[in-house]
Design a protein around this ligand. Structure first.
Ligand SMILES: Cc1ncc(COP(=O)(O)O)c(C=O)c1O
Ligand SMILES: N[C@@H](CCOP(=O)(O)O)C(=O)O
Length: 460
């Protein structure tokens, strides 16, 4: 299995190289050269298997010879051992033909744990056999950072620097990132928004001298391994609802487009997905793009679903690559245009995007009203990101089962949840003392050179 860049100018890599490289040297994102498929019989065969067994079958074709089957099975087993639910990703029913896929039973209470716990194990296995060390720099709007810190804290061959927007994550999210005492963890509160953090990260990758000096690695969803791990729960949930013998639809609360892109990969692999619905909050650049055909930056307004307060949605580039017939030069051109604030998508590419993705948005009031209504109707307390998905999903219900992805535990966003439905969701036992732990973080200006100097100083 070989990996190529969406901008067509970077070296072709193996799975291990793509995983450890993160962003391609031409600024693009790595994708598999070809997408492997599973037959209907193979998909049907996932029924009754454990999450770990299904994960092995779904991901194995993508990893080439990076790990033996025995090694990969052990990596998967370790990755999901700490999850608090035997099913790992259980489904609950919200109403006729509407299901909720609970992805928040991992250690940091968000769907990021599915990929990050796996990547932690993959990195450890690859680095310990090569004897190398890496510096992970991650950009987060709240959840990626805490999941990355949880997966990499205390490891001797990794330093992890997390850039988060100062004052724009929930108190729980911030404390998850700032309270781990391990010396290899560096939480940096950037005076800017998530897009500033992500732009700084990409600039660091573009600076080859810096990249080589610190041995930069990425664990954001620009890293293909992140997306791959998330493909698995589309299969497990769809199979438990009758796939491949019947179609299933998904609605995904979307920011950086990694999670829904994983659904797209599942569909390309042969999973009979009918609709893949992009659900955005008031920062609705993706929904507007689907409606107008123009990707136009308008600035970000903080919302009660802060992890989705994003306007440069990294993984959308991977989808564009496919609908532009995998022409790297066309994607490089669009990304150059985006520097001036907008690019327009060709009619042919838009038609293909609309064939695959539907979209919708939820305002702040609609998000709160959905939390309140669902709690009253079903007893299920939703986090605000999940509520965005549920609200948009309700506009797309049909006779095909709809799965809304529940991407975080409500206790990560207690203020918004309590304001909406009057219930203060409690943190689980393993985090019950979170607000008594000491915090440790550095506030930094939104200044690339300053950030790079700080990282080099800390490493020295
Ligand atoms: C709780 C939550 N929901 C949804 C999203 C959006 O996911 P993606 O960025 O993969 O589109 C995020 C951030 O990634 C998140 O943290
Ligand atoms: N919502 C994310 C933003 C970063 O997304 P990623 O999937 O690229 O890591 C977050 O919680 O940090």
């Amino acid at each position: 299995m070989r990996y190529i860049s969406t901008r067509g100018q970077a070296p072709v890599l193996s799975f291990e190289q793509a995983m450890l490289t993160g962003l391609a040297s031409d600024g693009g994102l790595y994708v598999p050269e070809t997408i492997p498929t599973l037959s209907a019989d193979e998909i049907a065969g996932l029924a009754g298997k454990s999450y770990e067994e299904a994960a092995f079958i779904v991901m194995r074709p993508f990893i080439g010879d990076t790990f033996t089957d025995a090694e990969f099975k052990e990596i998967i087993a370790k990755a999901y051992a700490g999850f608090k639910h035997d099913a790992r990703a259980p489904l609950v029913q919200l109403g006729p033909n509407h299901f909720l896929l609970e992805l928040f039973h991992g250690p940091t209470l968000a769907f990021k744990d599915f990929a990050m716990q796996l990547i932690g194990q993959l990195f450890q296995a690859a680095l310990s056999r090569s004897g190398k060390r890496v510096t992970i720099v991650g950009a987060t709007s709240g959840d990626t950072g805490s999941a990355a810190i949880e997966a990499f804290k205390g490891l001797s061959n990794v330093d992890v620097f997390i850039l988060f927007p100062h004052g724009r994550v929930s108190d729980v999210q911030r404390r998850q990132m700032t309270t781990p005492p391990e010396a290899n963890v560096h939480a940096l509160a950037v005076e800017g928004d998530f897009d500033d953090c992500q732009a700084a990260l990409k600039e660091m990758f573009a600076d080859i001298a810096f990249r080589d000096h610190v041995k930069l690695a990425a664990v954001n969803s620009i890293n293909w391994a992140r997306v791959l791990a998330q493909v698995v729960y589309y299969f497990t949930s769809a199979v438990s609802l009758g796939a491949p013998h019947r179609e299933v639809s998904f609605t995904v609360p979307t920011g950086n487009f990694g999670d829904i892109f994983a659904g797209y990969i599942a569909k390309r692999m042969g999973l009979p997905i009918k609709d893949l619905v992009i659900a955005t909050n008031q920062n609705d650049i993706l929904h507007r793009t689907m409606v107008t055909g123009a990707y136009t930056k308008e600035g970000v307004t903080p919302s009660i679903s802060p992890s989705m307060d994003i306007q440069v949605s990294s993984n959308f580039e991977r989808a564009l690559f496919d609908v532009y017939d995998r022409e790297g030069a066309a994607i490089a051109q669009l990304m150059t245009e985006l520097k001036s604030g907008e690019f327009k998508i060709s009619q042919g590419a838009m038609d293909r995007l609309r064939d695959t993705f539907a979209s919708g948005r939820a305002s702040e009031d609609e998000t709160s009203a959905t939390i309140s209504a669902m709690q009253a109707r079903t007893g299920e307390v939703l986090c605000p990101h999940t509520a965005v998905a549920v609200k948009v999903a309700e506009e797309h219900l049909s006779d095909v089962p709809m799965v809304s992805l529940a991407t975080a535990h409500p206790a990560k966003f207690p203020a918004a949840v309590e304001a909406a439905c009057g219930i203060h969701p409690a943190l689980p036992v393993h985090m019950a003392d979170l607000f008594e732990r000491d915090e440790r973080f550095t506030v930094v200006a939104n200044d690339l050179d300053g950030l790079k100097s700080l990282i080099k100083e800390r490493l020295a």
